[in-house]
Design a protein around this ligand. Structure first.
Ligand SMILES: [Zn+2]
Length: 280
């Protein structure tokens, strides 16, 4: 599943027209819509969506947690890629000037006045799009951004201690902190030498600071490497070649050489070094 660094990478390249997307979509006006899988639209229903989105211009593109946030003239378009969603930009017409055929798992396409189109492809159909006047209706429940400087060590420590939960499910809870998923949580917990089952209100002040620093370190490293290209979703990232523990069961811990263990926490495959991440 795309996490904060992958979504951030997509937002940046769509904005700048670099990398795997060769055209910026900023300033483009939406002239056509193809709803290929109606349930991709969380709100409104296809008829209303088409009516409202046509004629809108993309003014800016940003990210909040794992959401892409497209600011349009009068609305905000939010896209969550969930398990297998991906976006691509392509010419709406083929070499013969005919409408380019869609691919098997394409769910939604927005056509622009420059002849390009943005296509939302999602094999597993969990991805969603929202067109809203007030983005807080969708984003309002999210926790703070981990890279936001306003999130201080003290605030993070207080957040951990106000919950009494195991670290891994808590860190992946988007209402607690926005943007972490399975990969970056495992990587950050290893870097901070914390066990995924450790209880949040028992983490010391020092370990809490190390955990926040570790989360930021792994997210920044992921962004620097354009995210991780796994789970069928390719966007030119190579962080998957630099994982410390994720998906490396049986391989040596980069810190101490002990073979990495795989356990299941909250139904998610979880990777730890049994030597570096002990449960007190
Ligand atoms: Zn180790």
């Amino acid at each position: 599943m795309p996490e904060l660094p992958e979504v951030e990478t997509i937002a940046r390249v769509l904005r700048d027209g670099t990398g795997i997307y060769n055209t910026s979509i900023i300033g483009c006006q939406i002239t056509g819509v193809h709803v290929l899988w109606a349930r991709t639209l969380a709100t409104p229903k296809p008829k209303g969506f088409i009516k409202q989105v046509i004629g809108q211009t993309v003014q800016s593109l940003s990210r909040r947690g794992k959401f892409l946030v497209f600011s349009l003239t009068d609305y905000t378009l939010l896209i969550h890629l969930r398990m297998s969603g991906d976006l691509r930009v392509e010419s709406a017409q083929d070499e013969n000037g005919k409408s380019r055929p869609f691919e098997k798992h394409d769910r939604l396409a927005l056509e622009f006045n420059n002849g390009q189109r943005l296509v939302f492809n999602d094999m597993r159909k969990f991805g969603r799009a929202w067109l809203v006047k007030d983005s807080a209706k969708v984003l309002g429940g999210l926790g703070p951004e981990p890279l936001d400087k306003g999130l201080t060590h003290k605030i993070f420590f207080d957040m951990l201690h106000s919950r009494k939960r195991q670290l891994k499910p808590l860190l992946m809870d988007q209402r607690f902190l926005a943007g972490l998923g399975n990969i970056y949580t495992d990587e950050a917990l290893h870097l901070a030498w914390l066990h995924p089952l450790a209880l949040s209100h028992q983490v010391t002040r020092e370990a809490s600071g190390q955990l926040l620093d570790a989360i930021r370190c792994m997210l920044k490293e992921g962004i620097r490497r354009n995210g991780a290209s796994i789970d069928r979703v390719y966007r030119g990232g190579d962080f998957q070649n630099h994982f410390r523990v994720y998906g490396r069961a049986g391989s040596p811990c980069p810190n101490c050489g002990t073979p990495i263990d795989r356990l299941v926490v909250s139904q998610r495959g979880t990777h730890i070094c049994p030597q570096c991440q002990q449960l007190d």
